[in-house]
Each structure stands twice: as C-alpha cells, then as structure tokens.
Design a protein around this ligand. Structure first.
Ligand SMILES: Nc1ncnc2c1ncn2[C@@H]1O[C@H](COP(=O)(O)OP(=O)(O)OP(=O)(O)O)[C@@H](O)[C@H]1O
Ligand SMILES: [Mg+2]
Length: 270
C-alpha cells in the first residue's frame, strides 16, 4: 500500500489564540514496502503527520490517500490499513503478554483458541517465548516494547506507523530492537513510516530519510539510503554510512538551530 500525502497542512489552535502551523503543504509518496524515516527538530510536526496518516486527526487542508499500486483507482479509508506503535506503549497492565498481543484479534471477534495460537507464535517470534503469561509490569522496557511490536504485527496491516518507538530504551536494548525491526521489515516488507531524532537510527533502518524543516514542517530534503539489505550494525562504520550521516547532520543542524531560536522567542513572548 502506498501512502500519498498531498499538500497536508495542519494548523493547531494555540493556547493564547495564536494558531500553530505544524505542517505546511507536506507532500510525499511513501511507497509500498519502503522504510521511510522522518527526521526533524522537536516540534516540526512529525507526530502530527503520523496522526493524520493514521486517521486519528483530520488535516486542516490537503489529503492523505492509501492506494494499492496494483489497483491505482481503488482508494481505501485512512486508518484501516495502518497500525501505530508509540514510545508510550499503552499495554494493558492487567492483561498477560499473550492477551495484550491478542487484543486486536479479540476486538475483531476471533475465537480465543485461534487468537491465542496466533499471539503465541508472534510472542515467540519477537523472542519472548516463556513469557506468555507474564504481566507487562514484570517485564523490562525492551521486553515491553517487543510486546507492543507483536501486538501491532498481529493485525497484519500493510502500513506500520512508528513514532519514536525506541526513544525511551537504553542504548543496548535499542540496538537489539533495531535489529529485530530490520528482520521483521525484511520478512514482511511493510510500508513503514518511522519517526526518530537519531540520525544514525534513521540511516541504519531507512530506505529514505525525509529531513524536515523547523516548524512549520516542510520537507527539506529526501536522502536516499542505498545501503544493501539485510542491514547490520557493522555498516555504521562504513564510508558510505559516514557520508550519509554527514549529509543528514548538516541538514538537520541548520533546522535544530532555527527551532531553538523559535523556542527562545516563544519563551520571551510569554
Ligand atoms: N493536539 C494539539 N493541539 C495543539 N497543538 C498541538 C497539538 N499537537 C501538536 N501541537 C503543536 O504542533 C507542533 C508540532 O507538534 P508535533 O508533536 O507534531 O511535533 P514533533 O515533530 O512530533 O515534535 P517532537 O520531536 O518533540 O515529538 C508543536 O508546536 C506542538 O505544540
Ligand atoms: Mg513527536
């Protein structure tokens, strides 16, 4: 499924009557089976875009369409083709791992035996065999993130929207989760929109890195990442990786400076 964003503009009502233009004419085709990373300074509208693509918010103007490239005339409603994974996991603390993972199927009315079978297979595939009956509160942060990933994967949606999913993890756990996600991507070839602040993460995971401007968020540049797949962490030390990193760093640095100046000005005006 391709996600086509056309001139998406989002204006949020401000606290003091001053509206915030979060996104300004954002247009991009997130192609089927492509891993797209969104990189941009804090407040540039990345989460806003993800929410609009996921159908949680309606854009002020512009449109997002979901299109099957094999059937370009058949459009689908927003939301039904995608699933979201956030930094804040929203797991049910009173439900076991397997019941958290099976939740989406339960909502669809899939019988218990069937949904548990599917959930157990996914729990095993994200490396949590043996923890099926544990409660989320008894797991580490990385393990909880795996549960959240399995819970999203069980829905088998073609589009996965990920808003800083590994942002709260420690450095080592993050590496393991990145590898896990790369493996899942190679197996399922979903369309992935992945928001991150980390340049290295964006290049390691993505087929393209969309660098956004400081607010209002526009596309500053799309960097194609032509590193071969399967990817591995060793690639980080390669010359090609270093060149991509330098390019992204140069672009993002300018925008972070602009964003910091904006924040300082807003504080002064308060
Ligand atoms: N529901 C909302 N109501 C009002 N303003 C909002 C809302 N959501 C976001 N904003 C504002 O829109 C702008 C963009 O926010 P958004 O959360 O999309 O940025 P972001 O790029 O995800 O930032 P971060 O990297 O810090 O997560 C910010 O100025 C934010 O305060
Ligand atoms: Mg955000």
């Amino acid at each position: 499924m391709d996600v086509i964003a056309e001139n998406v503009t989002q204006i949020w009502p401000g606290r003091h009557g001053d509206d915030v233009v979060a996104l300004d004419s954002f247009s991009h085709r997130f192609a089927s089976g492509r891993f797209s990373c969104l990189l941009g300074p804090s407040g540039c509208g990345k989460s806003t875009l993800v929410q609009i693509v996921g159908g949680l918010e309606q854009a002020t103007s512009g449109a997002v369409r979901i299109v099957d490239p094999k059937r370009p005339d058949a459009m689908r409603p927003l939301g039904a083709d995608s699933v979201m994974v956030w930094q804040h996991l929203n797991l049910f603390p009173w439900r076991s791992v397997v019941d958290n993972v099976a939740f989406g199927l339960e909502m669809q009315g899939v019988p218990k035996a069937q949904r548990h079978e599917r959930a157990r297979a996914l729990v095993a595939s994200v490396g949590l065999r043996g923890f099926e009956n544990h409660l989320p509160g008894h797991l580490s942060g990385g393990m909880r993130q795996r549960v959240a990933l399995a819970r999203a994967l069980i829905l088998e949606r073609p589009i996965m929207l990920m808003d800083e999913p590994f942002g709260a993890l420690d450095a080592q756990t993050k590496i393991v989760m990145q590898e896990e996600l790369l493996r899942i991507f190679d197996e399922t070839k979903k369309t992935i929109l992945f928001v991150t602040h980390a340049i290295e993460e964006a290049i390691l995971l993505g087929d393209e890195v969309i660098v956004m401007t400081a607010r209002p968020g526009r596309i500053k540049e799309v960097i194609k990442v032509d590193l071969p797949r399967p990817r591995s962490l060793e690639m980080v030390s390669s010359k090609a990786f270093g060149e991509l990193f330098d390019r992204a760093f140069h672009l993002i640095r300018e925008e972070v400076m602009t964003s910091m100046a904006q924040q300082a000005k807003a504080l002064e005006e308060q």
